[in-house]
Write a protein that binds this ligand. Sequence first.
Ligand code: PMP
Length: 282
Amino acid sequence: MELGYYDGQFRDINEKVIPIDERGHQFGDGVYEFIRVYKGTPLALSQHLDRLERSAKALLIELPFSRTDLEKIIEEGIQKSTLEEADIYMQVTRGISPRNHLFPDTKAELSMTIRHPRQMPDEAYEKGISTLLLEDERWANCYIKSLNLLPNILAKQAAASKGCKEAILVKDGYITEGSSSNVFVIKDQILYTTPATKQILCGITRTNVLACAKEEGIQVREQHMTIDFIKQADEAFVTSTSIGILPIARIDEQHLSSTRPIIDKLTNAYQIFREQQVHIQS
Ligand code: PMP
């Protein structure tokens, strides 16, 4: 059963619960996390909660629950939902207070949804996806997983309107990341990805895929990449918690090779990593 959570209680997923003065609603004044549950276990939970803490701290939001309590709430939600495979979104906002830009004295609010997972069709992994290069119009602090996603939404929509599954964002001539993913390129057996500066969200999948690559003996370079560089890739892919490793078949009009030896190797390694993690955590 899909579930919602707000104001300290699990609720029917369709219940309307957000008060009009909720700052998440009024200002997008908050942070979020997305966690994927496999076999009843939230993958890489501690990495996600670490990032939630970092994001909240960067926005001077005090989390309304301790780490242990957050873990308990997530665990309770998974059990109540009885979903073995699930998508969990958590939002922490600066709370509820009559509209005023200044921080209120109120306590931060946690909301959460636990739903059946959204899944990319197998075909997308086999064939790879089409992507569109677009100007990165976001702010200077993209390392914060903030609720403000307007430029990301607009970019994803613009990509979709051209039949593309992801927008690859470009700032000052260099690739930053996808609208909801991190970008990787393989050239001459070396794996490249944009360095985790303030200009990108340092994806949990990015971190874990880089670790898998190193385990596999693949040389890794965190380096800024130009448009020409990515278009001349031997292989390229995007990563995120929901999609894992998703090959790129096309960037604008440029088609990439459909043979992907390193992506295949990494996909295998990441699958094993995921199963091990779930086993260790459960
Ligand atoms: N960058 C952006 C902008 C994202 O929205 C996401 C997905 N939330 C990612 C990267 C990938 O992050 P993760 O691997 O932690 O899901």
